[in-house]
Ligand binder design. Structure first.
Ligand SMILES: Cc1ncc(COP(=O)(O)O)c(C=O)c1O
Length: 361
């Protein structure tokens, strides 16, 4: 059977190795996963209770559009419910964007070190990926991004902070960029790690939405600090016109009732966020310090993960760590052959990772 031609360009997405798989392969009990930028402290106890409570109501279809969740997010973000779309993870909204806006041959700009899902979603819509090189200090280059815009550009994806480098573009850079970007191009700011950021130069993208800017979409997720990656739920914020277009390509019941309830409950637990930020800051400082003392080059990160450059191949080091029951992320797919991306774990997990590295040195 012949598949669509564009599938030839797509490699199946390689997620971080699941803990259960590594346990099975190695026959060991203790496996720690620092590979997918999850919250090592887990979800809010309120979310867990909401999941139990919702379990009895799974015989009916969910509210496909996520009415209550949209309303709650809208009131917290001071926008309207018409500005919000709920997705099966923000991954799904990335795909909705290319399905809604990209005709075969249209161009989608993303960085050569941007989150890999943008490429796949573009290929799936039979669009053309335009990869703009990152700067030498591993940041999204917004000037070069503007230079890459043509009449066929439909979407620009910017992950801020970027995954896998952890770097950001700041308020001024974004303002200059948005002053020049054509109004018929959708500029997507993927803020999956937003809640971790305390830097005052980080752009306030919501203010653009409130002021009625039409061609901006913000992506956020419950997979990271909220600790709900396993439930698959995220959201997009944009103008009502863009959101209506995304709703046209959304599967009717794209998020589950349980996921919606857990996300709603999570929003009532600011303490869980505080704990997540505190754990991340402590873990990041420890990892920076220890990695530097091992002469490993680290890129300062705004997220809950660290990009580290090693004197040996990242793939080789990944395999060695895996044998010790530690899952990290090699970045060969990005051409970063000497690098690993390591998620910040709990204090004990970070120590196990560093001790393992010291043994391998
Ligand atoms: C930048 C970025 N965007 C989106 C996602 C996907 O998140 P979700 O679990 O909401 O699909 C990730 C996950 O790693 C990410 O790093």
């Amino acid at each position: 059977m012949l598949t669509r031609k564009c599938l030839d360009r797509i490699l199946v997405y390689q997620p971080g190795k699941p803990i259960s798989e590594v346990k099975r392969e190695l026959g060991v009990e203790r496996v720690i996963k620092l590979a997918s930028n999850e919250n090592p402290l887990g979800p809010s106890h309120l979310a867990v209770q909401a999941i139990y409570d919702a379990a009895r109501q799974t015989s009916v279809y969910p509210d496909g559009a996520g009415y209550y969740l949209k309303n709650k997010i809208a009131s917290l973000a001071r926008v309207k419910p018409e500005n919000i779309i709920i997705g099966n993870g923000s991954d799904e909204i990335i795909r909705m964007l290319t399905l809604a806006y990209v005709n075969p041959g249209d161009e989608v700009i993303n960085g050569d070190l941007s989150f890999i899902t943008y490429r796949i979603a573009t290929d799936l819509a039979d669009g053309k990926n335009i990869h703009v090189p990152f700067t030498r200090d591993l940041r999204t280059d917004l000037t070069a991004t503007l230079d890459a815009v043509t009449k066929r550009t439909k979407i620009i994806f910017i992950d801020n902070p970027n995954n896998p480098t952890g770097t950001i573009v700041d308020q001024k850079e974004v303002a200059d960029f948005l002053a020049k970007v054509p109004r018929d191009v959708v500029a997507v700011f993927d803020e999956a790690y937003f809640e971790y950021i305390e830097d005052e130069n980080y752009p306030d993208m919501m203010e653009y939405i409130r002021s009625g800017r039409e061609n901006i979409v913000i992506l956020r997720t419950f997979s990271k600090i909220y600790g709900l990656a396993g439930l698959r739920i995220g959201y997009g914020i944009g103008s009502p016109a863009v959101i209506e277009n995304l709703n046209k390509v959304r599967c009717p019941f794209n998020t589950s009732f349980i996921a919606q309830k857990a996300a709603l409950a999570s929003l009532d637990d600011p303490l869980q966020i505080e704990r997540g930020i505190a754990n991340n800051e402590i873990g990041k400082s420890y990892l920076y310090q220890e990695l530097k003392s091992l002469n490993v080059e680290v890129t300062p990160s705004y997220g809950n993960f660290i990009l580290a450059k090693f004197p040996i191949s990242g793939k080789e080091l990944f395999e060695k760590l895996l044998k010790k029951g530690i899952i990290v992320r090699p970045l060969t797919g990005y051409g970063l052959t000497d690098y690993l991306r390591v998620s910040v774990g709990r204090v004990d997990e970070n120590e196990i990772f560093i001790d393992a590295l010291k043994e391998l040195w």
